[in-house]
Design a protein around this ligand. Structure first.
Ligand code: F0G
Length: 539
């Protein structure tokens, strides 16, 4: 038995439970039923009814458990249309966590904050444009989540002419071979356009083994800022903390500080988008900011004695704003916000948000939802809470890694990323061709055999599609990941031990899988991972 000091206890007790419908997931009946469900769901896990899932690791977004303080706070929801007291509590609590100098715009979730932000920034860029100068359209970032990329595109789409007139040689910035698979994929034109400049780590080894694998490559970042023509076309700089599509790896404080410094150094004399804002604004995509702060506390020199709350606040001192999905470290089922330091910019956002989200004191949320965020933001940065969460994810990763299951290393904050291609390798040979979606096949087999639902983050999400062959021509370079995202405060270690044991067993018996890949039978033009249909290739 382990010594007491080696045991990580959950910093909460459980007083409300939800039954898992199927407590006999390994029986032949369950297996047959799930095989049947997959046929009816067109082999897309987003179509699988939730009651058929035993352990659901599809996402950590909005799937966490709220505390009794949050549930109690719901009862205080003030449903006044305008200026509700719930909004005042919401705003004050967020300001206490991220800083008093931020003005807070509520939204129903993260992508709504992105929508408002990019709509307004693009309009301001057009209004402030001087004749004869190129469009100011680019977002310079460490890594895009797909909804962020989609919103940048939606409001700032560049035509072929625009690209030509920009005078930018995009190949000098985007160098897929030198980049980690996901960042490389994120630049594929099928998903996003050239107005997204992703600048990541140059050295794949460093990326693979470095704790702060979400860092931006400062050398490449400086190259962009140094170039007058290029810099003046950058609308804003963003950093995603932690880096979801790159394994949930964090960004160091040193990296955030260096980014701020380089922006101030190179853009000091540029024209701001709107009077009163810095010439080039720096924002966070902050969904998992508390997890990011925890990594800084654990790994960055000088931060061991600082609380997660203190570190988080310091991160926000470096930026001019943030988009936030409170469904992650805000600890709620629905909610988000846009935080800005500049009044004028906020007022522009208000105008657009009233059209699409609601009045500026509720932003698509009920008063009770605002209350849940007000409490959740504080719980999000609680040291014991974050530690338990990140260390629980790491425990899952360790079980798998120790057993030789191919997983992305090091482990990030919100989930474990299985390597689909390496998983289906036996005797040095790939059992499943990269164009036959090994990651997706793994996610499906994990569901069929064990009732565990994960999510492919690979070729379906970032690759392309050739309708003539029903296969992608371009696959995710490097790996084809399956993300097992762990919801907050929902599963105990024994649930995750089942997940680990299941994956280890599946890995040992992988040659018994009845499939040798999947083919698209239908693929929509946008966001294919949600809506595509597939057919298995029999073994
Ligand atoms: N930014 C990042 C880094 C995200 O991970 C997400 C959502 C969003 C923005 C958008 O927030 O969902 O509230 O609109 N990620 C979820 C996921 C969906 O599964 O990783 P949203």
């Amino acid at each position: 038995m382990r010594a007491p000091k080696d045991i990580r206890i959950e910093p909460y007790k459980i007083k409300m439970v939800e039954a898992i419908a199927n407590t006999d997931p390994l029986s032949q009946t369950s297996l047959t039923q799930r095989a049947d469900t997959l046929v009816k769901s067109n082999y897309n896990l987003f179509n699988v009814p939730a009651q058929d899932v035993v352990i659901d690791l599809l996402t950590d977004s909005g799937t966490g458990a709220m505390s009794h303080d949050q549930w109690a706070a719901l009862m205080h929801g003030d449903e006044s249309y305008a200026q509700a007291t719930s909004f005042q509590r919401f705003e004050k609590s967020i300001q206490e966590v991220i800083g008093d100098d931020f003005l807070i715009i509520p939204t129903h979730q993260g992508r709504a904050a992105e929508n408002i932000l990019f709509y307004v920034l693009n309009h301001l860029a057009d209004e402030s444009r001087e004749p004869g100068t190129p469009l100011r359209r680019h977002v310079l970032i460490n890594s895009f989540f797909d909804t962020t990329a989609a919103n940048v595109m939606l409001h700032g789409r560049l035509t072929a002419d625009d690209i030509q007139q920009s005078g930018i040689n995009f190949s000098t910035i985007t160098d897929p071979d030198a980049r980690h698979a996901h960042e490389a994929n994120l630049k594929m034109e099928t998903l996003i356009g050239p107005n997204q400049l992703v600048v990541d780590q140059t050295n794949p080894d460093e990326y693979e083994h470095g704790v702060f694998g979400g860092n931006i490559n400062l050398e490449k970042f400086e190259d962009v800022l140094k170039d007058d023509n290029l810099r003046k076309q950058v609308m804003i700089v963003m950093m995603t903390v932690t880096n979801n599509t790159g394994g949930g790896l964090p960004v160091s404080m040193a990296n955030l500080k260096a980014v701020r410094k380089l922006i101030d150094q190179y853009a000091a004399n540029d024209k701001p988008l709107i009077e009163g804002t810095p010439p080039l604004m720096f924002l966070l995509d902050a969904c998992r900011f508390a997890e990011n702060a925890y990594f800084i506390q654990q790994h960055e020199p000088g931060y061991a004695d600082h609380s997660v709350a203190e570190i988080a606040k310091e991160m926000y001192t470096l930026v001019d704003g943030a988009t936030m999905s409170a469904k992650k470290d805000g600890m709620v089922h629905i909610g988000g916000f846009l935080a800005l330091k500049h009044k004028g910019l906020r007022e522009h956002c208000w105008e657009y948000m009233v059209e699409i989200e609601g009045f500026y004191t509720y932003g698509g949320l009920a008063g009770r939802d605002l209350e849940a965020v007000a409490v959740g933001m504080k719980e999000g940065v609680d040291d014991a809470r974050v530690k338990q969460r990140v260390e629980q994810v790491r425990q899952l990763w360790r079980w798998l890694d120790d057993a030789g299951v191919p997983v992305k290393s090091p482990c990030g904050g919100h989930g474990v990323f299985l390597k689909g291609r390496a998983f289906w390798t036996a005797d040095g040979k790939e059992m499943i061709d990269a164009r036959d979606l090994p990651g997706h096949t793994l996610a499906l087999e994990l569901f069929r055999k064990y009732g565990i639902r994960g999510c492919e983050i690979g070729t379906i999400m970032f690759g392309d599609y050739n309708p003539e062959t029903g296969r992608p021509d371009r696959v995710a370079p490097g790996e084809d990941y399956v993300r097992l995202a762990v919801p907050r405060r929902v599963y105990t270690d024994s649930h995750l031990e089942y997940v680990a044991a299941a994956i280890i067993e599946l890995f040992k018996n992988r040659e018994a899988c009845p499939w040798r890949g999947m083919r698209f039978s239908f693929r929509p033009n946008a966001l294919p991972h949600f809506l595509s249909h597939f057919e298995p290739i029999p073994a």
